[in-house]
Design a protein around this ligand. Structure first.
Ligand code: ADP
Length: 173
């Protein structure tokens, strides 16, 4: 059984198997949580990301996930996933956001990682409504973890109080 928890914290400080980065498709860093992770991990992370194959939709298309080392961070690995930009909800945003959680958890499991910390993907600069995003995060993660039966711990790391309260309510904790 997977344990689900919520904390209000800087994700870069966490000593888990994998933290998830809400990246953009270039995987070369950006603002928000992405910028914080690159700054804290150090230049080695950027160098590894640059070496990843770059395709038509960048190094990581929306909804997919890639894994790298964690360099100066206390976690073991970083899983980079690219959330959808919110365009009103009729452009497949929900399915793409669900894919981010699904692909990140499956990639972790494939790499033998069993504790994962997620930021609130797409709810910053990408503008996804927080309540809808939280529902997708909790539902998808629960379903994927139940199916895989390999993940011990999922931590939803909330930076702002609204997200923290939303996740607490959804998880009834
Ligand atoms: P996106 O482009 O996917 O919207 P952002 O980084 O702008 O990504 O925001 C995603 C979420 O990450 C937001 O809820 C934001 O408050 C949060 N966030 C920003 N910095 C950190 C951090 N250091 N640790 C955890 N969460 C963070």
């Amino acid at each position: 059984m997977t344990n689900f928890s919520v904390i209000q914290e800087d994700i870069t400080s966490l000593n888990v198997d994998a933290i998830v980065n809400a990246a953009n498709s270039s995987l070369l860093g950006g603002g928000g949580v992405d910028g914080a992770i690159h700054r804290a991990a150090g230049i080695g992370l950027l160098e590894e990301c640059r070496r990843l194959p770059d395709g038509q939709q960048g190094r990581c298309p929306t909804g997919e996930a890639r894994i790298t080392g964690a360099y100066n961070l206390p976690c073991k690995k970083i899983i980079h996933t690219v959330g959808p930009v919110w365009h009103g909800g009729k452009y497949g945003e929900a399915a793409l956001l669900a894919s981010c959680y699904k692909n990140s958890i499956e990639l972790a499991a494939k790499n033998g990682l069993s504790s994962i910390a997620f930021p609130n993907i797409s709810t910053g600069v990408f503008g996804y409504p927080k309540e809808e995003a939280a529902k997708i995060a909790v539902k998808t993660s629960s379903e994927v973890c139940a199916c895989l039966n390999k993940i011990e711990k999922i931590i939803f790391v909330c930076f702002d109080l609204l997200n923290y309260k939303l996740y607490k309510e959804l998880l009834s904790i």
